[in-house]
Write a protein that binds this ligand. Structure first.
Ligand code: NAD
Length: 271
């Protein structure tokens, strides 16, 4: 029984693509899928800057990084061709690439009243169109082949509004507001997921969303305290705490699950 349970979570010989795979969580997903036996391809806009300890992962035979812009269909198609040549047909796609507030953006400009149209477009382009295009290119290849599993990464701010009272920037005099576009972009993901889940069910492609709460990454102490007080488990997530869910959704352990939204947020949205 133990063997059967473990086998359910294995991905031996399968090919997985992780968009945003050079990022904080993407790197965790790459390691997790690789350790489960998959050949893992990273599709990221930048493949040169990463923490020292990730170098070892990138050097492994079953991991490869492809510089890819998820907002550009040609770039995705070219990277997919390279993956197929190197590893074979993809059966897992994790859509994790996303952008939020650009660093050092003028806080005043992020207020809803002033929020710049071009920033709205940019965030929608990466966070929504990026998933549409990657699903179109990679999912279409899966539909012609053996099918697969697509996992779309969302955020609690796609479900609920940010509580603006917890956002503080000690180093700034202005009020910092968590801006609108990220929330709206993440709100689109469960519906995009349900559409594709039903559209491609007959082609053996499962499509699920995964909704994460905030991850601790040395944010302002006051913000961390404020955020944690809103979480029933009393803290922000560690960057490795979503790996189990990624493996579950990527593998046969979730073979009867499609069109769902798995929420992992320490209980933030439960009260
Ligand atoms: N970190 C959190 O607290 C948190 C919470 C909830 C949800 N999420 C979601 O988890 C996912 C991963 O977040 P993260 O914290 O690892 O972010 P991150 O900023 O560390 O990583 C995002 C990655 O996406 C890449 N990227 C950006 N634009 C791209 C493009 N056009 N084409 C290809 N790659 C591009 C970046 O280069 C980066 O490597 C995102 O979807 C994010 O919204 C994160």
């Amino acid at each position: 029984m133990k063997g059967k349970m473990e086998g359910m979570f294995r991905l031996d010989g399968k090919v997985a693509i992780v968009t945003g795979g050079m990022g904080l969580l993407g790197r965790e997903f790459v390691k997790t899928l690789k350790d489960a036996g998959a050949n893992v391809a990273i599709f990221d806009k930048q493949v040169k800057n990463y923490p020292k300890d990730f170098e070892e992962v990138l050097r492994e035979k079953n991991v490869a990084a492809f510089e890819t812009d998820v907002t550009n269909k040609k770039s995705i198609s070219e990277s997919l061709k390279s993956v197929e040549k190197k590893f074979g047909a993809a059966e897992v796609l994790v859509n994790a690439a996303a952008i939020d507030v650009p660093p050092n953006y003028d806080a005043e400009a992020l207020l809803f009243e002033n929020y710049p149209e071009e920033l709205w477009d940019k965030i929608m382009e990466v966070n929504v169109k990026g998933i549409f295009l990657c699903s179109q290119v990679i999912g279409t290849a899966m539909a012609k082949g053996k099918g697969g599993s697509i996992i779309n990464v969302s955020s609690i701010y796609g479900e609920i509004s940010p509580d603006q009272r917890i956002y503080v920037k000690k180093d700034r005099k202005e009020k910092f507001v968590k801006p609108i576009a990220y929330s709206v972009s993440k709100g689109a993901i469960p519906s995009l997921t349900r559409y594709l889940a039903t559209y491609w069910a007959a082609k053996s492609i499962r499509v699920n969303a995964i909704t994460f709460g905030g991850v601790f990454s040395n944010q302002d102490k006051e913000f961390v305290k404020n955020y944690s007080s809103k979480v029933p488990l009393g803290r922000m997530a560690r960057s490795d705490e979503y790996n189990g869910a990624i493996l579950f959704l990527a593998s046969d352990a979730s073979s009867y699950m499609t069109g769902a939204n798995l929420v992992i947020d320490g209980g933030y949205t439960a009260w």
